[in-house]
Write a protein that binds this ligand. Structure first.
Ligand SMILES: CC(=O)N[C@H]1[C@@H](OP(=O)(O)O)O[C@H](CO)[C@@H](O)[C@@H]1O
Ligand SMILES: [Mg+2]
Length: 560
């Protein structure tokens, strides 16, 4: 293997590995969304992730690769790292094993051997005057700068690689920047803001005149989770036309990141987050998570009640589906299937955590809903198979993907319609879809641009928050975590909806479900925590609670 890396390259790898030794007993796993742990312990994993990102860029012929330092909705003391691929999506899953091996390499020699072997297998010739670039960003966590520096050291180890610190950004901003840069498009943070603000204004101009929004509809309160999303929104809110935005938990005050606030808290606890007061009762509120890639909506019911009306990712998905379908119907008019002006492969993707009422609602619209395992890396990949692919996790992570081919078809149609009758309903519908494809992040779920798409659609439809809530009624559900000896003993199939190992467990679950009206229940090992998750749904709160409890007991008994 000696010929694969010159002495200089080897020495650099060994030096960086000694600089950040892996503590005894540490065990990192790339998991559902990168490496995560207490921030102060993350140096070694992050430095090595920097090496992985640089090698990935080498492998991709020097295309920009991203690296984000964040632990998303997790507590402020935690931190994490994930790698963004050339197209702005998550790092290709076939590199995860290498990332794991590197993060856990017990000593510099082991690390060197792992890199040399992997480079050989991947046909990467180390130290041969490659160019590679890694764009780095972090959220607002106190360990962020330390870990960013560790990542830069890791990137710099790979000869020819350049690390570019993009500063403090939301996770989706970095994904967007990487994607845009590799497509040869404008790719600065300012370009991101301009595109989001302009395409939102464009959608508002395309709102039918009779749907003018009232003052109540213009007021929007946003929970920034005391994180980066709130800070960015404060920066640009005055430039967003047609909305009266007020940011709570903006990240500028004393509040602690994600502490009793943010999208994860709101969706899981279903109570009013900290930072909200009497003046917010009855208004439409949006909530971001700590790195602003999740979005949910809610409304505080009354000043004497901590409960909220929640609009989760499933209902955001449903709203987006209705909007897109309506535009396609306008464009296609009454033409039957074979004669459509714009035949469209339209995909709707959910996970097992989607509320059953949302799936029923979508299927009643005549749509086929596809299920993938939990984690954006699976949903996104599936959505890419369609002309328009819409995906959301119930917790608020999702987006609408438009294929390049579909966008260029839409552009030609728009100019054709425009030359025939500019301002016709067909022309406007095509323009709306084009603006939506510009607004909503094509690389990953994005709370900021997702929120603006929601707002534009509510105005387009002339809908209040209540109209949106009324689309369907969520089935009561309950989630439990069970601590077991080895969660990997559970193996699932059918997009995690059924257990195939240990044998007998699925039969027990089926036996319990049979006792409940509208009962649905599944169990799976978490990819981010050392627990087995149990999800149950039934026609009443009590029934959902009891079904979850019964099944959790079976899991406990069988897995110990
Ligand atoms: C039930 C649930 O919310 N699971 C979350 C959680 O994954 P687990 O594998 O369930 O731990 O974190 C993921 C990363 O943020 C997110 O994609 C996913 O939806
Ligand atoms: Mg997040």
């Amino acid at each position: 293997m000696a010929e694969l890396a010159g002495g200089e390259q080897r020495a650099a790898l060994l030096a960086a590995a000694s600089l950040f030794p892996v503590p005894d007993g540490a065990r990192f796993s790339y998991g559902t969304a990168g490496f995560r742990a207490e921030g102060s312990t993350m140096g070694p994993a992050v430095c090595r992730a920097g090496m992985v990102a640089a090698l990935r860029s080498v492998k991709l012929g020097g295309a920009a690769v991203g690296l984000v330092i964040t632990a998303s909705h997790n507590p402020v003391r935690d931190n994490g790292v994930k790698i963004v691929d050339e197209d702005g999506g998550m790092m290709s899953q076939d590199w995860e094993t290498f990332a794991d091996a590197l993060a856990n390499a017990p000593n510099p020699d082991a690390l060197l051997q792992i890199v040399l072997k992997f480079a050989k297998d991947e046909g990467i010739k180390l130290g041969e005057g490659h160019s590679a670039q890694v764009l780095l960003a972090r959220d607002t966590r106190p360990t962020g700068q330390y870990l960013l520096d560790a990542a830069v050291k890791g990137v710099n180890v790979v000869i020819g690689a350049v690390a570019l610190d993009m500063g403090i950004l939301t996770t989706p901003q970095l994904h967007w920047i990487v994607r845009s840069k590799n497509k040869g498009l404008k790719a600065s943070e300012m370009d991101y803001f301009t595109q989001v603000i302009d395409s939102f204004s464009c959608l508002l101009r395309l709102v039918p005149k009779d749907k003018g929004a009232d003052v109540m509809n213009n007021r929007l309160i946003v929970d920034g989770a005391n994180g980066i999303g709130g800070l960015k929104l404060e920066e640009i809110k005055s430039k967003i036309s047609g909305l009266d935005i007020h940011v709570r938990n903006s990240g500028k005050g004393e509040g602690i990141l994600n502490e009793r606030c943010g999208a994860d808290f709101v969706q899981k606890e279903k109570v009013v987050p900290l930072g909200f007061g009497l003046e917010d009762v009855g208004f439409r509120c949006a909530s971001f998570d700590g790195d602003a890639d999740r979005l949910v909506y809610f409304r505080i019911v009354s000043s004497t009640d901590t409960r909220i009306d929640l609009v989760d990712g499933d209902k955001i998905l449903s709203l987006f589906v209705l909007f897109v379908r309506e535009q396609l119907d306008i464009i296609n008019g009454n033409n039957d299937e074979g004669n459509k002006v714009l035949p469209t492969r339209f995909g709707v993707i959910q996970t097992a955590y989607a509320n059953g009422a949302s799936t029923d609602f979508l299927e009643n619209l005549g749509l086929e809903v596809v299920f993938t395992p939990t984690g954006v890396k699976y949903l996104h990949k599936k959505a890419l198979e369609y002309d328009i692919g819409i995906y959301f996790e119930a917790n608020g992570h999702g987006t609408v993907l438009f294929s390049d081919h579909f966008v260029s078809q839409l552009e030609s149609l728009a100019s054709e319609f425009s030359s025939k009758a500019s301002g016709s309903s067909q022309h406007q519908a095509a323009m709306r879809l084009l603006a939506a494809s510009q607004l909503i992040n094509q690389a990953v779920g994005d709370a900021l641009s997702g929120m603006l798409l929601v707002e534009a659609i509510l105005q387009y439809k002339g809908w209040s928050f209540q109209n949106w809530c009324d689309l369907y009624t969520d089935l009561p559900s309950r989630q439990l975590k069970v601590k077991v000896q080895d969660r990997t003993a559970i193996v699932t199939t059918d997009a995690e909806r059924r257990v195939c190992q240990p044998s007998g467990l699925q039969e027990l679950i089926d036996g319990e479900i049979a006792n409940y009206s509208h009962g649905r229940c599944f169990v799976r090992p978490s990819g981010t925590e050392d627990v087995v998750r149990v999800y149950a749904e039934a026609s009443t709160e009590e029934a959902a609670d009891s079904l979850a409890k019964q099944v959790a007991q079976h899991v406990e008994r069988i897995l110990g």
